[in-house]
Design a binder for this molecule. Structure first.
Ligand code: ZN
Ligand code: ZN
Length: 337
C-alpha cells in the first residue's frame, strides 16, 4: 500500500510508492562521466576565457586571472540576473514587478578537470565551503539583496552545462518562496513549542536511527521522513545554527568531511548519478534566530518531475527513505578524514 507522508517543515505531502519500491539498480539514468575532451574555460591556463575573477585562493601567490589558483570565483558569463542598477519595484495594475537585479557567480572548485567534489581532497572541499562563506559575507553588504542561494548542478541531467566541477551562487532581491515557506513554518513551530523543528527532527532521528545515514562530531546526514526524490539526503549541523555563513573553522572541517562522504556514498550506491544540492540558510533580514536551522539538501537526479507533480505539488517517490538509508549506510565508505 502506498503511503502519503507529510513533511513536518513545509507541510508538503509526498507519495511513497512502497509496493514497487525501487532499488538503486532499478533507476534508468546516465552515469556522470568526465570526458575532458574539448576546450574547457574552467581549466587552469584558460583564465582569460572567463569573466575576471572575483575571488581566488592562491596558496603560493601569483597574479589574478593567471594559473596557480586552487579555487576561483567568477561572474557567470550568462547571468540569470544583472548586478548593475538600483532596484526598482513597480506595480502594473494588480501585478508586481521589479528589474532583474542580482548577482550570479560560479565557484570553480578546483583547477583539475578530472576531479569531482567527491574525489577532491577534503581540504579542497573545505575551501569550497570557505569560498561560499566569503562570497556570502561580501554580497551581504549590498543592501539590495535579501537572500543568497548556493547550489550545485552535477552532471548534464542535473543542469550542468560544463563538466568541470563547479557550484553557483545567486543573490536575490527577494526571499524565494521555498525558503520563505520553510522559515515561516519553522517559526510557527517555534512559537507554538518554543523549540526549533530541525533540532527536534535531529533528536528524534538520532533516537530512531532508521533514517540516519551518518554522523560526525558536528553534523548528521539523514534521509528526510517525506523526501520528494529517491535517495534525497539532508546534512544538518547538530547544534542549532540559523546561518551557514556563521560556521566556524572546525565546523567547516566536519561539514567538508560529511559532504565528501555523502557524495562518495552516492557515487558508489547509484553509480555516479547526476545530482543537485542546495544550501538553505536564514534570509538576511533575520540572519540569527532561534527558529530556523540551516542545512544542505542533496537531490540525486533519478526521476522526472511530471504532470502530477506540476499540477499538485505532490511528489511521487518510488524509494522509501528507510530503504535508501540502508543502501547509503551500507555503502561502507572508509572514513575520509
Ligand atoms: Zn576543465
Ligand atoms: Zn535548530
Amino acid at each position: 500500500m502506498p503511503e502519503l507522508r507529510k513533511d513536518p517543515i513545509t507541510g508538503r505531502w509526498v507519495i511513497i510508492a512502497t509496493d514497487r519500491a525501487k532499488r538503486p539498480t532499478d533507476f534508468v539514468r546516465e552515469k556522470v562521466e568526465i570526458h575532458g575532451s574539448g576546450f574547457c574555460p574552467f581549466c587552469a591556463g584558460n583564465e582569460a576565457k572567463t569573466p575576471p575573477e572575483i575571488l581566488a585562493y592562491r596558496k603560493n601567490g601569483g597574479l589574478p586571472n593567471t594559473a596557480g589558483w586552487s579555487l576561483r570565483v567568477v561572474a557567470n558569463k550568462f547571468p540569470a540576473l544583472g548586478i548593475e542598477g538600483t532596484l526598482n519595484r513597480q506595480g502594473e495594475g494588480l501585478y508586481d514587478k521589479m528589474n532583474g537585479i542580482g548577482a550570479h557567480e560560479v565557484i570553480i572548485e578546483t583547477p583539475e578537470h578530472q576531479l569531482t567534489l567527491a574525489t577532491l581532497h577534503p581540504r579542497g572541499v573545505e575551501d569550497v565551503l570557505w569560498a561560499y562563506r566569503d562570497r556570502i559575507l561580501d554580497l551581504k553588504k549590498d543592501r539590495r539583496f535579501k537572500y543568497i542561494l548556493i547550489f550545485k548542478n552535477h552532471g548534464e541531467a542535473a543542469g550542468a552545462s560544463l563538466e568541470h566541477t563547479h557550484s553557483q551562487l545567486i543573490a536575490l532581491p527577494v526571499v524565494p518562496k521555498r525558503v520563505r515557506e520553510e522559515v515561516d513554518s519553522a517559526k510557527e513551530y517555534y512559537n507554538f513549542k518554543e523549540r526549533c523543528i530541525f533540532c527536534d527532527i535531529i533528536r528524534q532521528e538520532v533516537e530512531d536511527g532508521v533514517r540516519l545515514i551518518a554522523e560526525n562530531q558536528g553534523f548528521i546526514a539523514l534521509s528526510p521522513y517525506a523526501p520528494r526524490f529517491p535517495f534525497e539526503m539532508w546534512i544538518i549541523p547538530k547544534t542549532h545554527q540559523s546561518a551557514f555563513e556563521e560556521s566556524q573553522k572546525h565546523e567547516f572541517e566536519q561539514l567538508a568531511a560529511m559532504l565528501k562522504d555523502m557524495l562518495t556514498r552516492l557515487d558508489k550506491v547509484l553509480d555516479s548519478p547526476a545530482y543537485n544540492y542546495v544550501i538553505h540558510t536564514s534570509p538576511f533580514p533575520e540572519v540569527s534566530n532561534d527558529h530556523y536551522h540551516w542545512h544542505l539538501e542533496i537531490m540525486p537526479k533519478l526521476t522526472k518531475v511530471a504532470g502530477f507533480e506540476w499540477g499538485t505539488g505532490f511528489y511521487i517517490n518510488p524509494t522509501p527513505p528507510e530503504e535508501s538509508t540502508k543502501f547509503l549506510r551500507e555503502a561502507l565508505v572508509p572514513a575520509t578524514t
